[in-house]
Structures are given as C-alpha cells and as structure tokens.
Design a protein around this ligand. Sequence first.
Ligand code: AMP
Ligand code: MG
Length: 402
Amino acid sequence: MLKNYDEALHELLEKTFISRPIQSYSLLKATDLVLAKNIYVHHDTPFFSNSAMDGYALGGTIHQCKEWKVIDRIAAGDSLPTTSLQTGEAVRIFTGAPIPPGTSTVVQQENTILINRILTLTQPVQGKQNIRFQGEELQKGDLLFSQGQKLFPANIALIASQGYKTVEIYKPLTILIYSTGNEVIEPGSSLTSGKIYDANRYLLLSWLQKSSHHIIDGGILPDNQQETELSLIKASQQADIIITSGGVSVGEEDHVHNALKKLGKLILWKLAIKPGKPFAWGQINNKLFFMLPGNPISTLVTFQQLVIPALRHLAGEPIEKCLSKPILAQAQFTKTKVQSRREFLRIKLELTQGIPKAYLLNNQGSAMLATISQANGLAEIPENTVIQTGDFIKIYPLHYSL
Ligand code: AMP
Ligand code: MG
C-alpha cells in the first residue's frame, strides 16, 4: 500500500533534521535566514524618555499655571538636558528629543500660542501626555527572538534597533537543481522533433532564487543511468540538497531513483497523492536528494507540499513552523468521482462577502501548466471523499516562497 501524505510528510520532517553549521552573518544579509541563537534586548526601549510630538515640554505642576516661559530648545539628537524644569517653565521640543527632567507633560504645538517666548494653551492639558517613557516597550535582558526564528524584514528592523550589526544564523543551504529527460531542451534553443522546453527547472530556480540560500543550476540530465550516477556523485560533493524532476517513474527510461539506490539510500518512493505519486527522496553521501515527478504540475505540487516544508526545517525552523497552514474555504464546485489518493487541485481563492470561496480551474491534468498561473491555491481533497458545493475544504495558498 502507498504511504499517505501526512505520514510521508511527518517522516520526511523528522528524518531530514541535520544539525546545521552556525555562522555569524551581517544583519542585512540575513533576511529569511533562521536564528541559531536567542537574541536578547540590549537596551531598555525607548532608550530614554522622549517626546512623541513637536511641541513644548511643560515643567512642574501644570494646573497652577496659565502661561509658561519658554527657556530652552531641544531637538532630536541633542543630549539629555541636566537642569530640571520648574513650574511655569517650558522647553521647545521636537519628536524624538529627550525629555528634560522636571517635565510633567508635552503639549503639541498645534494646541499652543507663543508670543514673545510666553506660551499659552488653546486646550486643557493633562499630565504625562505625548511622552514615550524609557523602557515602556522593552526592558534590557528580555528575550527579543528565540533560536529558530526566521528573519523577516520587520525582525531585522527590530534587531537593528537594538544595535546589533551581526546575527548568529544557521548557514544557508546549497541547493542544486536538475531537470532530466532526453526530450527536455533549454528555452531559447530551436525546437526540434520530439523535444519540449524545460519548464520544471525554471519553476524551481525562480521559486528559490529570491531566497538567501545558495542555488545552483545543474542543467538538464540525459536519460542515461551512468551519466545520472556521475552527476549525482558530483552534486553530492557540491550541495547540501539535490533536487531533480522527471525520471522517477516506473518506465525503463526512469533512471534517477535507480541511480540513487546504487549510490545511496532510497528512503521513500511513491506516495498516495494525485498528482505526484512517483515522488521519492533519499540520501547520498549524507546529502538529501528529492526526486520530483516530471509532469510540471506534479513537480509543483510535490515541491510545495513536501520539499518546501523539508527545506524550511533544514534551514533551521522547528517542525511546527515548517508546515504550510491551510485556509478553510467553501468549495464552489462538486467532485463526485472519489480517488483513493489524496488530491491537490488548482483553485482560485476569492473572498466573497467575507467568506473564502474556492473556484476550481479548468484543465487539471498534471501536464497542463496553462491554468496554474491563475491559481492562488491548492485544494486538498481527502482520500475517498465526495465534495459538494458549499463544503468547507482545505486550501494551501501558493506563496512561491521558501
Ligand atoms: P517522466 O517522469 O520523466 O516520465 O516525465 C513525465 C512527463 O513530464 C513527460 O511527459 C515529460 O516529458 C515531462 N517532463 C519531464 N521533465 C520536464 C521538464 N523539465 N519540463 C517540462 N516537462 C517535463
Ligand atoms: Mg523522463
């Protein structure tokens, strides 16, 4: 019996844990990489109490005064004044400037009138307004991010705001991508009889090239066992992860899994999904090897639903964060022919009056690439299940990111 999707995915995630080397990395190069060590708050934030507005800092007991004498001016970047403001005194102050000692409140300039350095207010005022107090957001020593956190731009900004210039991250992965097949030729070359242009390598390379990992284009392998073996040995010396598409089915021109059997360990071959049944993975020289089926949609589905979670885990994220999170949406189609394999269908997800709705796209054949560009998700149809319009089904959004 073929292994089911959930079991295969969990086994893949558990077995693909390889402890990665740790590197100190420039913060600006660390986007989308994963922290290898906790990061702690270095300075109370705000670092010093400062003004949230352009306006005036009022000293002492404010309700005793009707007017204030403006005695100083403090702009952002000026150092903290040492003298304390007294009742009846005010200081011209700007957003981000340090609050002088003795300040009771800050009034925004729109609510003031200044004549000859004497300030009056056009609105009643309260204490402690418009001040960002030292440490009100973060305190020195607090945990800022835990090991295993992927660094998104907002995380990078927060780390920078604490003064860190470098971070300890898991070393980026080196991923090598091949297409296979005597019929597969490079786009741009002239089309001759019996040939097709390579779509899969373009899919995978463009999917990964925005990531901060190191991606190697291995080109196209011929349907030849010996050449496949030689290329795999070379690839396993160059890369942490090798990904092929095609050549993993049951025909005698499918050499990839046989080459792996000879050189390394084939851990899984075939699982109960549609499309993507011939998916395989294994190890060669301690490097991971994912073999995706050749039909472009089978490549896409197995890459998104199996390889991406594994790559995330290998990049350092904990298992629970690696799994794609499905959205529940209402099917706008029926599916009465049941399948013993779990199906992944191309759909268009739309929000109609607040309800996510999944529209089935035409031409669901695994060789048919034309409608995938309109799809923004894959609908998961469980094994042996009939779907009626209005049923809630799981949708895996297509993000095309790692
Ligand atoms: P295979 O698994 O090698 O038998 O391939 C299954 C189908 O996918 C065949 O029709 C192949 O021609 C097609 N195919 C394989 N590799 C690619 C590729 N890189 N781009 C587009 N189609 C491919
Ligand atoms: Mg082939």
